[in-house]
Design a protein around this ligand. Structure first.
Ligand code: COA
Length: 173
């Protein structure tokens, strides 16, 4: 199978096409996901992976040909009755705007459909218009807003409560 294609445009530029696959994020992947957030965030991801076994959560990884995660995100089935709620979506900063976020959201929607559910939901911070534009391009429609809060780790390792306002979006699948 052809896993990557390089087209040299000239000596300083090339187009690289990589075959990426979507699979479940596994506990042993977490150390390779430091790009997605702080140590506190990764501990949170690890806790969510424990919930996968009970079926409460799916956690997906988009992986390169060497099986390294470059985009990750979870689906929680216990937030909203009859829906899968996407959260913690993140793409490796160096590979943003290449379509990986779109691939991740589409794979998550397929997981939700596979469970016989017909609605996907998510919340995006009001000051994250780029992410919101992506979701709206994929068919998500805003239906409300709500304050949310979570612990965030600062550069010095200290933990502080991040309080924010989120737009709630949903899509019929
Ligand atoms: C939000 C996020 C997950 C989106 O992932 P992404 O991989 O950048 O998303 P996509 O590439 O699929 O789409 C985003 C953009 O790329 C463009 N794009 C998509 N496919 C493309 C392609 N093949 N070639 C060029 N551009 C493309 C889209 O038009 C879109 O345009 P924009 O850059 O003007 O916004 C990612 O930016 C991220 O991790 N952000 C930080 C964390 C975050 O905000 N998470 C969301 C919390 S709700």
């Amino acid at each position: 199978m052809l896993r990557s294609v390089i087209t040299e445009n000239d000596s300083t530029e090339a187009t690289v096409t990589l075959q990426c696959t979507v699979r479940d994020l596994l506990p042993h992947d977490v150390p390779a996901c430091t790009w997605s957030g702080s140590a506190t965030h990764l501990r949170h991801v690890e806790r969510e992976l424990v919930r996968v076994a009970s079926g409460a959560v799916d956690y997906l990884a988009v992986c390169t040909p060497v099986d390294l995660p470059v985009a990750i995100g979870g689906i929680d089935y216990q937030v909203s009755r009859g829906a899968g709620t996407l959260w913690q979506l993140a793409v490796l900063p160096a590979l943003r705007s290449c379509g990986l976020g779109t691939l991740l959201v589409r794979a998550a929607e397929q997981r939700i459909r596979d469970r016989g559910l017909r609605r996907a939901e998510l919340a995006v911070e009001e000051d994250n218009p780029r992410a919101r534009a992506l979701y709206e391009r994929l068919g998500y429609v805003a239906h409300g807003r709500e304050p949310q809060a979570w612990d965030e780790e600062g550069p010095d390792g200290s933990i502080r409560r991040h309080e924010t306002m989120c737009v709630l979006l949903r899509k019929s699948l």
